[in-house]
Every structure is written in structure tokens, then in C-alpha cells.
Design a protein around this ligand. Structure first.
Ligand SMILES: Cc1cc2nc3c(=O)[nH]c(=O)nc-3n(C[C@H](O)[C@H](O)[C@H](O)COP(=O)(O)OP(=O)(O)OC[C@H]3O[C@@H](n4cnc5c(N)ncnc54)[C@H](O)[C@@H]3O)c2cc1C
Length: 384
């Protein structure tokens, strides 16, 4: 990167939020620098997993339902244009037991937003998905047009296309800008200066490390472990379309069918311990391993003794309640924060990019829920 060049916008962080922001800005013919300390959707990034769910259901939360709908359309357009089939329409099955209220809210919201879905009673569930044990489950809804984004590769594709559109990408660690008023440049840890008119820090779980005074107590990176169970030889019951992506919120658990032969994916959505994304161990714990094995044995009896064929340890970058953080730095008017994906942000990458671009270039209307002001220093999760 030419250190004397001035960019319109420097985007720091090439996870899903930064990549889509840079892409959208480049589409608007901005001179964009996209900088990441380790690389697009690398192993330690929150966007670094193989797969992420895109679903429309968000309980009563219409904002994220509508963002999901618009984001899915944009993901599909992008994959069609770049000829990369990185969205898999596996369908998404929501299951509900005694705490049925949320399912009902989801139904109402999906109806209001015109999303396609089907309601399934217990009998239909059992008939259609004989490989699942529906113990504790009374009914469900199925979103046939939702599914899975091939996350890591999708981010790499967005970054590649951003560069094709004229942006400059480089691997460097950016040091936090200091002072107040207007920032003119940021420095990298090897001393290079990058000048730009505006700066977007899309640093995911690192936001609290980059801005410890403001965000150190407002972004809560939590350890999340993911397991893949091997499917019996020649068995197609655990791949789509036989098995969709599924969620059962009462157990705070979700999973995916066998995709690309990686095995049945299962993970718990409960927040794990607070971690540092640079240094946390990426080896799964004995306790979570046991929990995952027990859950799979209970919910998928045919996989009772299935071997774990892969594992992954990642982190959520939670805000206090799960709403995104997209706002200006309180003291530097041309410095922006973009993060707080809180375990559900990946799918929304395209809309995040669109929203930030409008904020930067058009002074678009801002959503109060994304403001820094609404981000508390104690956790009280409200978005799932
Ligand atoms: C296990 C797991 C499962 C999930 N499941 C889903 C799901 O099914 N559906 C869904 O929608 N979402 C899901 N999420 C959430 C989603 O993946 C994240 O919210 C999203 O990927 C966050 O993207 P990001 O761009 O904000 O952060 P990141 O992807 O972490 O990107 C931040 C980037 O900033 C860079 N960076 C940081 N500091 C600096 C610096 N000083 N200089 C240069 N670069 C820097 C980092 O290297 C990193 O690449 C899941 C998350 C996890 C961990």
C-alpha cells in the first residue's frame, strides 16, 4: 500500500462486516483501503468458521428479520455475479417445546414480513424427520428458503471482489488513533501511516482491545465451541434435504446437516467464558465435548456412538443485549465502530455494509438500537 496515498475510507478489519462495508464503498467508487491483521476470515476471526446460518426467524424482532431477508437477496446476487455457489438452501427448522411464546412471535413476524415458512405439528415433524428424536418438542416451523452460508470462503470472495473493484487490501495491524476532533491517518504496528477521510473499525471481538477505554467493557468476547460428528458410512439421512439446519432455543442449541462431508455440526449458543481472540485456546474442552456427545446421542439416536471428526473454537463478540454496534467514535467524528455481531451477525454482512455506507456517504438515518449510547457494561441478552 502506498503510504502517501490518501483514501476516502480506510476499513480496518476484513471479517464479514468490514468486507461488505469495503465492497459497498468500492461500488460507490470510493477509494478504499481494507486492512486486516491476519487476513480475511482467518481462523481466529469470528467470521472464520466454515458455515453460518442464515434464517429469517427472530422472534418478535422485525428489524433483524427484514435485514435477514434483504441480506439473503444480496448474498444470492453476489454469489450469482461472482459464480460462486456459497449459499446452500438447506432449509431451517425451528423447534419449540413448552416455551412456545417465541415461536408464536416468530410466526407473526414472518407473516408480517412476507417470509416463506410452514408450520409443522409434532406428528408431521416425526414423519418428515425420522432421524430426529423429538423428546421435549411440540411443534416447529420450517423456513424452506433459508440455509447456510459458506462463511470463510464467502468473506474471502467479497474481499477478492472488493479488490477487483479497485480497493487496496493489505495485511497489517492498525494501531488505535488517538486524540480528538478529526483523525487524518492511522498507523500500523510496523510504522506505516495510512491517510483517509473516514475510518471504519470493523474489528469484531478485537474492538475492546483496540479501544479499551470506550469498548473494553462494552464488547464481551465469549468462547464458543463447535463439534462435527461423523455420519455412518453411506448414510444420507443427515445431509440436506433429508436433514435441514435446525435450532432448538429452549436448549440453546443448533446444528447443521452434513455439508461437504464434514459431519453433523452441533453447537451451544450459551455464552462461554470471556476470552482474548488473539490467545484463547482453540482446543475444545472435555466438558463441552461430553455435553455435545450426550446431546447428539439424545437428539439423533443413530449417531449415539458417532466419532467427533472435527472441532472448532471461535468467539462471539457480544454487546450487552445482542444489538449491533454501528456508531461514531464519541470524540473523533470521522472514526466509526462496526461490530457487536453477538453470535448472529454473519448473515447480516450485506445490510451492515449498506447501512454503514449510507451513514458515511449520505448521512443516512441512524438506527437507535445500533448506537454506542445503548451499549451497557453489563450483559442482558435480548437478541437471539
Ligand atoms: C461459533 C460461531 C457461530 C456463529 N454462528 C452464526 C450463525 O449461524 N449465523 C450468523 O449470522 N452469525 C453467526 N455467528 C456470528 C458471526 O459469525 C459474527 O457476528 C461475525 O462473523 C462477526 O464479524 P466481524 O466482521 O464483526 O468480526 P471478525 O470476523 O472477527 O472480523 C474482525 C477482523 O478485524 C481484524 N482486526 C482486529 N483488530 C485489528 C487491528 N488492530 N488491525 C487490523 N485488523 C484488525 C481481525 O483480524 C478480524 O479479521 C457465529 C459466531 C461464532 C463464533
Amino acid at each position: 500500500m502506498n503510504s502517501h496515498k490518501t483514501f476516502d475510507v480506510a476499513v480496518i478489519g476484513a471479517g464479514v462486516f468490514g468486507a461488505w462495508t469495503a465492497w459497498r464503498l468500492a461500488k460507490r467508487r470510493q477509494r478504499v483501503a481494507l486492512i486486516d491483521a491476519y487476513g480475511p476470515a482467518h481462523s481466529r476471526a469470528s467470521s472464520g468458521g466454515e458455515t453460518r446460518i442464515i434464517r429469517m426467524g427472530y422472534g418478535a424482532d422485525e428489524l433483524y428479520t427484514r435485514w435477514s431477508q434483504r441480506s439473503l437477496a444480496q448474498w444470492k446476487d453476489f454469489f450469482a455475479e461472482t459464480r460462486q455457489p456459497l449459499f446452500l438452501e438447506t432449509g431451517v427448522l425451528w423447534m419449540a417445546g413448552n416455551e412456545d411464546a417465541r415461536l408464536q412471535q416468530t410466526i407473526t413476524t414472518l407473516q408480517r414480513c412476507g417470509a416463506t415458512f410452514e408450520e409443522l405439528d409434532r406428528g408431521t415433524l416425526e414423519k418428515r424427520y425420522a432421524q430426529i428424536e423429538f423428546d421435549g418438542i411440540k411443534r416447529g416451523i420450517f423456513e424452506p428458503e433459508s440455509g447456510v452460508l459458506m462463511a470463510r470462503r464467502a468473506v474471502a470472495a467479497v474481499v477478492e471482489d472488493t479488490v477487483r473493484l479497485g480497493a487496496e487490501y493489505r495485511c497489517a495491524q492498525v494501531v488505535r488513533p488517538r486524540g480528538s476532533g478529526c483523525a487524518h491517518e492511522v498507523a500500523t504496528s510496523d510504522g506505516e501511516k495510512i491517510s483517509a477521510g473516514q475510518f471504519v473499525f470493523a474489528c469484531g471481538p478485537w474492538l475492546g482491545k483496540v479501544f479499551p477505554d470506550i469498548l473494553g467493557s462494552r464488547i464481551f468476547p465469549s468462547r464458543q465451541e463447535v463439534f462435527f460428528f461423523g455420519i455412518p458410512a453411506g448414510d444420507t439421512r443427515f445431509a440436506a434435504p433429508a436433514l435441514p439446519t435446525w435450532l432448538f432455543q429452549e436448549d440453546l442449541v443448533y446444528g447443521m446437516p452434513d455439508i461437504e462431508g464434514r459431519g453433523l455440526k452441533i453447537a451451544f449458543d450459551e455464552h462461554g467464558e470471556r476470552v482474548d481472540p488473539d490467545t484463547q485456546s482453540r482446543i475444545v474442552s472435555a466438558a463441552m465435548t461430553k455435553m455435545a456427545q450426550e446431546y447428539v446421542a439424545r437428539r439423533f439416536p443413530a449417531l449415539k456412538d458417532a466419532p467427533i471428526v472435527e472441532t472448532r473454537v471461535c468467539q462471539y463478540e457480544n454487546t450487552s443485549n445482542g444489538d449491533f454496534l454501528i456508531d461514531r467514535h464519541p470524540e473523533m467524528e470521522n472514526v466509526w465502530f462496526a461490530g457487536g455481531g453477538s453470535g448472529h451477525g454473519f448473515k447480516h454482512g450485506p445490510e451492515v455494509g449498506e447501512y454503514i455506507t449510507k451513514q458515511l456517504l449520505d448521512g443516512g438515518p441512524s438506527e437507535a438500537r445500533f448506537s454506542l449510547e445503548t451499549k451497557a457494561t453489563t450483559q442482558n441478552r435480548a437478541v437471539f
